[in-house]
Design a protein around this ligand. Structure first.
Ligand code: ATP
Ligand code: MG
Length: 165
């Protein structure tokens, strides 16, 4: 299926509305957010999980940034917070099932599944997801998924047929 990444982000944000309250959410969106090939519901789940973490592991009124960069053959999405960060030794393991960094044990709700679900979904879309600490504090989770150029053109043609043009 085809899905509009911009819509997916919008729907995900509405799903976490309760947590947003006092947050400054900043968007850095490249000129054109592409239509991607994939399962919109699952990609929405990825965004919800990443936003949930960003809110959960950062102070109540600190900003969260969503960045979308559209490249030639792929689109990269990043969710950045200014929270507690992730110990360097845990940066890859946090994507494993039930893995939680020691620093947060008993300190917040969760079972350690959110990111493993994200990884499963992103890899099913032939993409990649990884974590990085910000030099000035906080965490960034990035993922990319491919945007096949040829398919995109095909879809444009179909689109114009549906529109009666
Ligand atoms: P669940 O998502 O299942 O409710 P969870 O949030 O603990 O529980 P994951 O989303 O898989 O599980 O995250 C795994 C671990 O990675 C977290 O327990 C936390 O230690 C760390 N982590 C994830 N996102 C962040 C973040 N934005 N800042 C700091 N640590 C994070
Ligand atoms: Mg989580």
């Amino acid at each position: 299926d085809w899905c509009d990444l911009q819509d997916i982000i919008g729907v995900a944000l509405r799903q976490v509305e309760d947590q947003i309250k006092e947050r400054a959410i900043q968007f850095n969106i490249s000129a054109e957010v592409p239509i991607v090939r994939g399962d919109g519901k699952l990609l929405e789940q990825v965004m919800v999980n990443l936003l949930d973490n960003a809110f959960k592991y950062s102070p109540a009124n600190s900003p969260v940034e969503i960045t979308v960069v559209t490249g030639k053959n792929q689109v990269q999405v990043s969710v950045a917070d200014r929270g507690i960060g992730i110990p360097a030794a845990d940066l890859t393991q946090i994507f494993d099932k039930f893995y939680r960094a020691k620093q947060i044990e008993g300190n917040s709700n969760g079972i350690g599944l959110g990111l493993s679900i994200c990884r499963t979904i992103i890899e099913a879309h032939n993409g990649k997801i990884w974590a990085e600490n910000r030099p000035d504090g906080g965490t960034m989770i990035h993922f990319f998924i491919p945007v096949p150029e040829q398919d995109k053109r095909l879809m444009d043609q179909e689109g114009s047929i549906f529109n009666g043009n």
